[in-house]
Design a protein around this ligand. Structure first.
Ligand code: CA
Length: 758
């Protein structure tokens, strides 16, 4: 026993010593980054998420109406609730929401009458702590746990004090236990959720209720002294004495009320008050953010970096819970059954396969491994692989990118799943069309195999689909090849060059093509959005050949012409035609506003493009443009993103880019070089190994790589492998204000292409 205590003390001392050395990086995060958004122009479409990393339930102040996807808009001046939030994007709205709102003076229950004005001057927005003092004098504070939160409401000295529970815009059940100072219940709301999908909550107050009642949202009718109710938009209210400070511990479960109570006891039980929960949450975030320690840059750059790193650490969320023995299990949103194991959801692979998951492979391989198994569980549960999960499978956007995650994990040594089952599931995905959403199965799959492309206009967004299917088939081929599966390697290898079939040599762009092979529409304008493309134009989709840049170069006439075409993205006028959209969509407006020609970093299709210079004789242009995009398009403010953030993708672009890396082709183990942002960056991997990235002489002007070495060995390649990175050591750059026109210019320096460079 003594020995154990001694050991614990030693451990505690060691942990404290580590913490003491850790700088406070949480201070740099602004969770309001990107919140100044609306339908027509988004600067991130984010909300001030108060949560632990990848937490199951998160919290946010609410300025929008119940059910609106724009739950918090920076320009709004009143708050109508503090809600449990799960939203991926304003465009998806949310699910299983409920909110708490403190009210002073007269009781006001309805979402309009209870709204209270506030100013950003009286707001603190950090990952581990959100605080706002409303103009009416009530202070609300929130600190998160993974499946719960600690809230504190401090009321002004005069007037009654109320807390209103809003069951939101779907079915809700509430029960007030006056003896235990507790409200329990459940909510079911959100698109596509059926009865039976319940978010069970427990709200444990530390103060007795003076008075209480239930209310109904549609007519805003109150039932004083009523202790329970169930139906659409049901809520509750409780009254306290004036001037009181009330703390509430809240936790939820998708499994059962008992599990909600267990989550509350386990996660919030150890903490006597909000300050303790806040301290614990700070520690979790500070440990997390210290996984990448940047040094030597400006305070603004650090704020941008850590705000983006925070956003890169929220999705996909952990959807599993821990049973009384600590074993993971979950309620599956796909079959409404409870299963053993880990589960993750709330992400669109179309966005996040590009950089968010490749970043996770570097930082969180254990979680990534669990995720791979969870994807196969989804296949078992609903018959299809995930593509857009929110929280059930929605099949939104295009492509079958689960295979990209599988191949990427395998090539990086994350081999927690049966590759044959993954290939079988992908084969099924690629040779069928599912019942819902374009990315549930494969739209136009039969023609894709018979013609070698998806015909347009028969199939909506056909050319974008052809390009992404060809990349996915490369991933299927790569996984099959790595695991010795000749059958599937052969099947998918036949399609992975299909990008060639939508390339029109006369115009030099990827174009729509009808069944007979005619380019369509006949009148071609590379600035015209929609039609054969998804949320973009020909300028953006020309580059969607992640796996065979050399092949794309050949189509465009070789290295010089390829570079000219890349250059012309930035020198072209930034005009656009609305095309089949028929109106300006926000992505067009954002491209115009950014004023970098046809470069549209506000949306995902082109986000890898600047890194394609690293596949050419002019790799320094990747360094120039990557740095330029970091500088021009990101900051830590409410206007901090160039468009929708999208579940960590646009943030992960920045995080990787600031390390001087980007994952152009997930499914290979390569990270392509750009320009590291900070003079020194230390990445600590899960196993404790560290990679120190030193960029000597780095500055705004000295953005070019003069020379590079890894652990003392000079190299001229324009990429590093996953193993090289996670093995750790010292990656050293000499930076310069002038490009080194000799470094990285030979074919053997270039990253992976299916077609070998000559
Ligand atoms: Ca987007």
């Amino acid at each position: 026993m003594k020995k154990r205590i001694l050991f614990s003390l030693t451990l505690l001392a060691a942990v404290t010593a580590v913490s003491a050395r850790q700088p406070d990086l949480v201070q740099y995060v602004n969770t309001l980054q990107g919140t100044n958004s609306d339908h027509d122009l988004t600067r991130g479409n984010t909300y001030p998420t108060t949560a632990l990393p990848f937490g199951m339930h998160t919290w946010s102040p609410q300025t929008g109406e119940n059910g609106s996807g724009w739950k918090y808009q920076y320009a709004k001046d009143s708050i109508r609730g503090f809600q449990q939030a799960h939203q991926c994007s304003s465009w998806t709205r949310d699910y299983c929401v409920f909110s708490l709102m403190p009210v002073t003076g007269e009781l006001a229950t309805g979402q309009h009458e209870r709204a209270a004005r506030f100013s950003h001057d009286n707001e603190i927005a950090k990952p581990h702590y959100y605080c706002v003092e409303l103009d009416n004098g009530i202070r609300t504070e929130i600190s998160p746990t993974e499946r719960g939160a600690h809230l504190r409401f401090t009321f002004p000295d005069s007037g009654d004090s109320y807390i209103v529970l809003d069951g939101y815009n779907g079915l809700a059940s509430v029960r007030i236990d006056t003896r235990a100072n507790r409200i329990t219940g459940w909510v079911t709301n959100g698109a596509g959720l059926r009865p039976g999908f319940r978010n069970y909550f427990v709200i444990q107050f530390d103060t007795p209720f003076y008075d209480y009642g239930t209310w109904e949202a549609r007519e805003n009718i109150r039932s004083p002294r009523n202790t329970s109710d169930e139906g659409r938009g049901r809520g509750a209210y409780v009254r306290f004495s004036p001037g009181v400070t009330v703390e509430a511990k809240v936790a939820s479960s998708y499994i059962s009320p008992e599990q909600a109570q267990l989550n509350l006891e386990r996660e919030l039980g150890p903490y006597q008050n909000l300050d303790e929960t806040k301290e614990a949450a700070w520690q979790v975030w500070n440990d997390h953010l210290n996984r990448i320690l940047v040094e030597g840059g400006s305070e603004e750059d650090k704020a941008t970096f850590y705000s983006c790193f925070f956003r890169a650490s929220l999705f996909s969320r952990k959807f599993y819970e821990l049973d009384p023995n600590g074993k993971p299990y979950y309620f599956s949103p796909n079959d409404y059954q409870v299963h053993d194991g880990y589960f993750y959801t709330d992400t669109g692979f179309w966005d996040t396969f590009r950089a968010q998951f490749p970043l996770s492979c570097l930082l969180h391989p254990t979680m990534q491994g669990r995720y791979m198994q969870a994807m196969l569980d989804v296949y078992d549960q609903c018959g299809w692989l995930p593509s857009w999960s929110f929280p059930h499978e929605a099949g939104s956007m295009i492509g079958n990118h689960a295979i990209s995650l599988f191949a990427d994990a395998w090539v990086k040594g994350i081999r927690t799943f049966d590759p044959e089952k993954a290939l079988e599931a992908y084969y099924h995905e690629a040779t069928n069309k599912g019942p819902w959403g374009p990315a549930n199965g494969r739209d136009g799959w039969r023609d894709y195999y018979l013609l070698g492309y998806v015909p347009y206009p028969e199939v909506h967004e056909a050319t974008a689909k052809t390009l992404e299917y060809a990349y996915d088939d490369f991933c299927g081929y790569a996984l099959a090849k790595m695991t010795g599966n000749d059958f599937y390697a052969d099947v998918f290898a036949r399609q992975m060059y299909n990008y060639r079939n939508v390339f029109d040599p006369a115009t030099g762009f990827m174009r729509g093509r009808d069944r007979s092979g005619n380019w369509t529409p006949q009148e071609f304008d590379p600035t015209e959005w929609g039609g054969p493309y998804t949320e973009g134009a020909a300028w953006h989709y020309l580059w969607s050949v992640f796996h065979d840049v050399e092949g794309l170069k050949s189509l465009l006439g070789g290295d010089d012409d390829f570079v000219l075409k890349l250059d012309s993205v930035f020198t072209a006028t930034n005009d656009f035609k609305v095309g089949t959209y028929g109106r300006v969509i926000h992505e067009m407006a954002e491209m115009k506003l950014m004023d970098m020609g046809q470069y549209a970093h506000g949306n995902q299709p082109i986000q890898h493009m600047v890194y394609l210079y690293s596949y050419t004789r002019q790799p320094w242009k990747a360094q120039y443009h990557a740095r330029n995009v970091m500088r021009r398009m990101y900051d830590a403010t409410e206007n901090g993103y160039p468009g929708d953030e999208d579940q960590g993708q646009t943030s992960s672009w920045y995080v990787l880019s600031a390390l001087g890396l980007y994952s152009v082709c997930p499914g290979t183990d390569q990270y392509v070089l750009g320009s590291p942002l900070f003079p020194k960056t230390t990445v600590t991997f899960e196993d404790g190994r560290q990679l120190v990235i030193e960029a000597n002489g780095n500055s705004d002007e000295n953005l070019y790589i003069k020379s590079a070495s890894l652990n003392g060995v000079p190299f001229t390649r324009n990429y590093l492998t996953y193993d090289e990175l996670v093995s750790g050591g010292i990656l050293k750059y000499e930076m310069s204000s002038q490009p080194n026109r000799k470094r990285g210019t030979r074919p053997q320096d270039w990253p992976f292409s299916l077609t070998q460079a000559k």
